[in-house]
Write a protein that binds this ligand. Structure first.
Ligand code: NAD
Length: 254
């Protein structure tokens, strides 16, 4: 119970990596606020956690809309009292060749994956600073933000921006006792990966990743528990790659 009674907000927590992180934090005693653009999904996910004995609540948010984020923060802090942990996870996939990226596609990807992450992070950090007892912020970046993968122009640019923003946040929020770090997942078995990765990409990844398999959402949940725990109090502005050794091997795949 390393996170006993901590209040944790997870954006995009209705499914996939977000839900796995919510589950992992709940097992450590955290009170969970799942916020998602899909309200039924958020409520169903919270209900699943309650069935398992956790304290969990569902909320709706569109991270790309500052008013929606403000309403979320008001609702969470009114209902749950304060905010200790943000898992800034909501995002959309993207796999379009550079020459085919439309401005609409580019703007939508940046609006959710970078601007949306900024809006949520800033709103939560302001609450944490005002509360005056520190906090933990984890941004969910991606290996696609560290290398030039085929089709990852808009998605990778957004994630690279988020990784850099994390470093600035870590520097500026250190005096307030707030730890800000990234998790950069490799390929993880979720609906996003199922949509973005065709059969050729899957077999190329499995061939090139030293651990010869996709990761599971639960493996990202375990990494998040560490970064949210007191044991990680001196980890600041770091990107934790959770990728089965893919980045360490330094090989290319599409
Ligand atoms: P997913 O598509 O399974 O889940 C994403 C969740 O975010 C969904 O519940 C969706 O409803 C929600 N969401 C989408 N847009 C939103 C918005 N505007 N406001 C609020 N919620 C919104 O995806 P996932 O694979 O679980 O990915 C989660 C995060 O991990 C994303 O940021 C993604 O970029 C990142 N990531 C995933 C992988 C992977 O291989 N799956 C790899 C690296 C990084």
């Amino acid at each position: 119970m390393r996170l006993q009674a901590k209040i944790a907000l997870i954006t995009g927590g209705a499914r996939g990596i977000g839900f796995a992180i919510a589950t992992a934090l709940a097992r450590q005693g955290a009170v969970i606020a799942i916020a998602d653009i899909n309200p039924q999904g958020a409520n169903a996910a919270a209900a699943k956690l309650r069935e398992a004995g956790a304290q969990a609540h569902g909320f709706v948010v569109d991270v790309a809309d500052p008013r929606s984020v403000e309403t979320l923060l008001k609702d969470v802090t009114t209902q749950l009292g304060r905010l200790d942990i943000l898992i800034n996870n909501a995002g959309i996939g993207g796999n379009t060749p550079f020459l085919d990226i439309t401005l609409e596609n580019w703007n939508r990807t940046i609006a959710i994956n970078l601007t949306g992450a900024f809006i949520v992070a800033q709103a939560c950090a302001r609450r944490m600073v005002a509360q005056g007892h520190g906090g933990k912020i984890i941004n969910i970046a991606s290996l696609s933000g560290q290398r030039g993968g085929n089709g990852r122009g808009a998605y990778g640019a957004a994630k690279a921006g988020l990784e850099l923003l994390t470093k600035v946040m870590a520097v500026e929020l250190s005096p307030h006792g707030i730890n800000v770090n990234n998790i950069a997942p490799g390929a993880i078995e979720t609906e996003m990966a199922a949509t973005a990765h065709d059969a050729a990409t899957r077999s190329a990844y499995n061939y090139l990743v030293p651990m010869v398999r996709y990761g599971t959402p639960e493996e990202i949940g375990d990494a998040a528990v560490f970064l949210c725990s007191d044991e990680a109090r001196y980890v600041q502005g770091h990107t934790l790659n959770v990728d089965g050794g893919f980045r360490a091997a330094g090989l290319m795949f599409g």
